[in-house]
Design a protein around this ligand. Structure first.
Ligand SMILES: Cc1cc2nc3c(=O)[nH]c(=O)nc-3n(C[C@H](O)[C@H](O)[C@H](O)COP(=O)(O)O)c2cc1C
Length: 250
């Protein structure tokens, strides 16, 4: 069976970390992307998400620097070079491997979040916050009701928010834009607090969980890290029971 347009877009989407800084993202395009995000499913249709659109270069720099600092701490110190080499062994070219290890260890990989021309930074940075209040405050018709069925888990908000992110990343890809989900700048509680304060997010009721850079890609990128095929990640009826699909043409 051939891939249709939707599946082609899903497969072609790549994490883009180098942007064409001469090309801005018009509001009408950004609107379409965010609107596509709002069509994601959410528990009880609570739509427990809010987006902060960050075009301001100083704010992008602030968030980007946190990403760089945390990367150096997480990758550079915590992950030995041998482990990085092992994880990146799918990269066939030695030069490409060296470059990837270098940008991981130095944090340079995260410069794209800063939005600066010299680092091919993205013109738009979206910060996604999700409702953690447990009472369904995020959607007007459910406000204060605790949701239609009386409860909703903060975990559901994180799951729904993640689905919204993917919708936006796919919408961007379908419109010829690049994007990259990033969380490294929101991994540490100190950073979550600092970013919330700077953006006026009412933390901890609303918690920023993910960022999405958006812009036109500087380079075409079609090759991504390899995926495990379905027969490696799916089981039939019981964990460990092999999945042997019939009649599948690859
Ligand atoms: C929850 C989540 C967090 C991520 N965090 C980061 C990040 O902090 N920085 C980054 O550059 N990429 C980040 N990524 C992007 C992944 O590295 C990327 O999607 C993955 O390597 C697969 O590559 P592909 O998207 O090109 O297929 C994140 C992706 C997800 C889903």
């Amino acid at each position: 069976m051939e891939d249709n347009e939707t599946i082609k877009t899903i497969k072609a989407r790549r994490a883009i970390r180098d942007y064409d800084t001469e090309k801005n993202v018009p509001d009408e395009v950004l609107y379409k992307i965010i609107e596509a995000g709002t069509y994601a499913p959410s528990a009880e249709n609570q739509q427990p998400w809010r987006i902060i659109i960050v075009r301001d270069k100083e704010l992008q720099e602030f968030i980007g620097q946190i990403a760089v600092d945390r990367t150096i701490q997480l990758f550079g110190r915590a992950t030995p070079r041998q482990e990085l080499e092992r994880r990146l062994s799918y990269i066939k070219s030695k030069v490409s491997l060296e470059r990837t290890i270098e940008i991981l260890i130095t944090g340079r990989r995260f410069e794209y979040i800063k939005g600066k021309k010299e680092t091919f930074g993205a013109p738009v940075l979206l910060v996604l916050a999700v409702d953690q209040t447990h009472v369904g405050n995020s959607q007007a018709t459910l406000r204060g009701t605790g949701g239609v069925y009386g409860w909703s888990s903060p975990r559901h908000a994180v799951i729904a928010g993640s689905m919204m992110m993917q919708n936006m990343a796919l919408a961007a890809a379908s419109l010829g834009l690049g994007s990259c989900v990033s969380s490294v700048q929101l991994d540490h509680f100190d950073d979550v607090g600092a970013i919330s304060e700077r953006l006026g997010i009412p933390y901890p009721h609303w918690v920023p969980i993910l960022c999405l850079t958006i812009g036109y890609p500087k380079y075409e990128r079609t090759l991504g890290p390899p995926r495990q095929p379905p027969e490696e990640i799916a089981f039939v009826n019981k964990w460990g029971n092999p999945y042997k699909p019939k009649g599948v043409r690859k």
